[in-house]
Design a protein. Structure first.
Length: 358
């Protein structure tokens, strides 16, 4: 596939630094444009998949009707997930040449495990293995919950390239990175190939910012609101340097963009940034000149504000949360509930196609 590249800050950073750009959507039209900006991968989740399908109802509603005919005994959920798989495969095909060029490190399309399986490590790992076999350049999202950590290690051992998700804190990222490391070592000890695996550990910086802002309002904290825009950046920088110091092979991935700093402050790191396409357009239309900022610490006065908030300290310090506390962290619950709602919304969309209101 011949790529017509679009000059701008994103392409400059992609070409001149080790920082990889992935598109935070499986929409094929957006992904084609992201690739022109230097994009080398894509991520997805239930909310994004539902949005992609509803944006293209002219294509997907007739296809959902066809799937229902082809799978006459399938549930609404099974029909909806078949559509998600087909959407993902269409996007994955666009990335396959990059996957071949990068030997599996990039060129991957993320598909997320069903959040309704979140209570079973085996069910998550089984579905991750199933999804990984859809096509060679799939990477599978598994949540950084207490149960999810076990599934992450198991799926990695089975040969699945994992993209850790529902992750907002440094302790979640480190624990997930160590689980991936154990899985890789177990595979290698048994003589199984790991050379083309490309795991990443997402830290959803913007969703951490969202949660800290909720906590600050809830607790009536008197502080500079601008400082709260930096919580996710600080956690991402801390996680990145912890991964380097600990020799963890998975790359950190920045997701859930709320401001351009979730890209600009991370440029220069050997990590992945995954902005929604709308943010990529904003960045690429600017005259910003990307510089290496991954090693630039967040300003002391901002860190002083953030570290005065106990909930941020829990998210920032490597031992701030135990795995048993991951599930109760506010951002975790809010995000899982959102993903579950997206699944329910997709079920309703399927229902309206196969059983329309009389």
């Amino acid at each position: 596939m011949s790529i017509e590249y679009t000059p701008g800050p994103l392409l400059e950073a992609a070409r001149n630094t080790p920082t990889a750009l992935w598109n935070d959507s499986a929409d094929p039209d957006e992904l084609r444009q992201s690739i022109s900006f230097g994009g080398v991968g894509a991520t997805c989740n239930p909310s994004i998949a539902y949005t992609c399908i509803t944006k293209r109802k002219d294509k997907w509603l007739p296809r959902i009707a066809e799937i229902a005919e082809e799978m006459p005994q399938a549930s609404e959920s099974e029909i909806g997930w078949q559509a998600v798989k087909e959407l993902s495969l269409e996007a994955a095909a666009l990335l396959e040449p990059i996957f071949e060029r990068e030997n599996g490190r990039d060129g991957r399309l993320s598909i997320q495990t069903d959040p309704r399986l979140a209570r079973s490590a085996k069910a998550l790992a089984d579905q991750a293995e199933e999804f990984s076999k859809l096509t060679k350049n799939i990477i599978v999202k598994i949540p950084a919950t207490e149960v999810g950590i076990a599934a992450i290690e198991d799926a990695t051992y089975r040969g699945v390239s994992v993209n850790v998700t529902v992750s907002f804190t440094v302790p979640q990222a480190i624990t997930a990175g160590e689980a991936i490391e154990r899985g890789l070592k177990r595979r290698k000890a048994e003589g199984k190939d790991t050379s083309t695996m490309g795991p990443v550990v997402t830290l959803m910086g913007g969703r951490l910012d969202d949660w800290i802002k909720i906590v600050a309002k809830r607790d009536g904290l008197f502080l500079d609101p601008g400082h709260l825009e930096w919580g996710g950046v600080a956690a991402l920088k801390r996680a990145y340097h912890e991964f380097q110091a600990r020799g963890l092979r998975a790359r950190v991935l920045s997701a859930a963009f709320r401001n351009v700093m979730h890209w600009s402050e991370l440029v220069g790191g050997d990590l992945v940034v995954s902005p929604p396409f709308a943010w990529q357009e904003i960045i690429n239309k600017s005259d910003y000149k990307p510089v290496n900022r991954i090693d630039e610490p967040v300003a002391p006065e901002i860190m002083k504000t953030l570290q005065s908030i106990p909930e941020f300290v829990r998210a920032y310090e490597p031992d701030g949360l135990t795995p048993a506390e991951f599930d109760a962290f506010g951002a975790t619950r809010r995000t899982l509930r959102g993903f579950l709602q997206a699944d329910a919304d997709l079920d309703e969309l399927v229902r309206n196609v196969i059983m329309p209101q009389p």
